[in-house]
Design a protein. Structure first.
Length: 81
């Protein structure tokens, strides 16, 4: 039996980053989504947010020490004449 499952996109995601064993590990709180990177903490956060919202469809804001806030980008509104 095939079922179509739709996942809702959260209004925002809190992403925590830690450095462990030579790797930055980013974890989206409450969503069970993780990502890792050996080069930089922000790179791990970008990959984690991309898993939630899609590539380049989010804005990141540093909200504390190693805590990031990811939000989906606002859709551009077009003027109709």
């Amino acid at each position: 039996m095939n079922t179509t499952e739709t996942k809702s996109v959260p209004d925002f995601a809190v992403i925590h980053v830690r450095y462990y064993g030579g790797t930055y590990i980013a974890r989206a709180s409450g969503l069970g989504i993780t990502a890792s990177c050996t080069s930089h903490d922000e790179a791990a956060v970008n990959v984690c947010a991309s898993k939630i919202y899609g590539r380049d469809k989010f804005n990141l804001q540093l909200s504390g020490v190693k805590i990031w806030l990811a939000k989906p980008k606002e859709e551009e509104k077009t003027c109709q004449k």
